[in-house]
Design a protein around this ligand. Structure first.
Ligand code: ADP
Length: 296
């Protein structure tokens, strides 16, 4: 008999990954008799950290590549915009209305591309962040106020449960607002027929690093949900299932939260909705964020 190693999803603890090691042995005083030592090791955290590292590497590679392409596209795109403006100048050229309309469309699309390029370059360059001690509940109140009308128009029922006494986090509030805007917009867009949006905060244990305390924001919707097949791709740059999507919202959000020492995760019941969780480290005076300027 040979030793064997097997990795599996735990049948007893859903969501846990475990490695089973089978070590056969023979009793020295009776070699006809044999036995087996079975060891079960919980590798859930190890696998999660590995997946994070693989994603981080892939993101860096993609960010560099896309920044190069974006940079190359920027100049010819400026020329297209410039020449379109020249043609639209009625003092110089006499255009029939149909041509003016087509040129208007060209200009609009060029503008759209340049906005996408700006997003790509922001994503690749990383942030010039301005971190400060912040209250996530207060940031959420302001963000939700901004979305209130759109939520109402889209026939979405909003619930908001900020946990009282939430510890502060050391973040760049503008960037966190950017992440929240992306998550809320995605949730709204997933509920074309209306539905429910629930936003809450909690003090929790990190889902990646054991023993670490985090402040978590949960954004759940009752929308289309995410198929099992798409689940692995949604944080990849340029992955989108939308007609007019750029597929950059989640990858940029992921990068921002990672730069704050946190993590974004998602769970979904396809057809019934999705829940995104943003975890950020609690500020304890000796913050573990990457920023060397953290006040002590
Ligand atoms: P975009 O919104 O431009 O598609 P994102 O990076 O923000 O780019 O999202 C990538 C994809 O993730 C979306 O196209 C969609 O398929 C999926 N997605 C994100 N959030 C949700 C959600 N709340 N419900 C369902 N699908 C979602």
């Amino acid at each position: 008999m040979e030793a064997r190693v097997l990795e599996r999803c735990s049948p007893l603890y859903p969501g846990k990954k475990e490695i089973l090691t089978f070590d056969p042995f023979r009793y020295p005083d009776n070699i006809a008799q044999c036995g087996m030592i079975i060891r079960i090791t919980d590798v859930t955290e190890k696998r999660k950290i590995e997946a994070q590292l693989v994603r981080a590497n892939r993101m860096t590679g993609l960010a560099n590549l896309s920044a190069g392409i974006a940079h190359e596209i920027r100049n010819p795109l400026s020329s297209i915009s410039l020449f379109t403006d020249l043609l639209l100048d009625s003092d110089r050229f006499d255009m029939v209305p149909q041509a003016v309309e087509i040129l208007g469309d060209i200009k609009e699309n060029a503008l759209r591309i340049s906005l996408i390029i700006k997003q790509i370059l922001d994503f690749a360059r990383g942030s010039g962040e301005k971190k400060q001690l912040s209250n996530l509940n207060a940031i959420l109140v302001e963000t939700l106020e901004f979305w209130y009308q759109r939520i109402k128009i889209n026939r979405i029922q909003l619930e908001f449960y900020p946990v009282p006494g939430l510890p502060k986090v050391y973040v760049d509030p503008m960037q966190i607002v950017h992440v929240l805007n992306n998550l809320i917009l995605n949730a709204i867009e997933s509920m074309e027929e209306g539905g429910g949006l629930c936003v809450s905060t909690s003090l929790a244990k990190s889902s990646v690093i054991s023993g670490r305390e985090v402040v978590a924001i949960h954004i759940s919707d009752t929308g289309s949900g995410i198929s099992l097949e798409d689940m692995d791709k949604i944080f990849d740059p340029f992955f989108t299932t939308k007609m007019t999507g750029a597929g950059l919202g989640l990858s940029i959000s992921y990068k921002i939260i990672e730069e704050h020492g946190g993590i974004i995760s998602v769970e979904s019941d396809p057809g019934n909705g999705a829940i995104f969780t943003v975890e950020l480290p609690v500020y304890r005076g000796n913050c573990s964020c990457k920023d060397p300027d953290v006040p002590r």
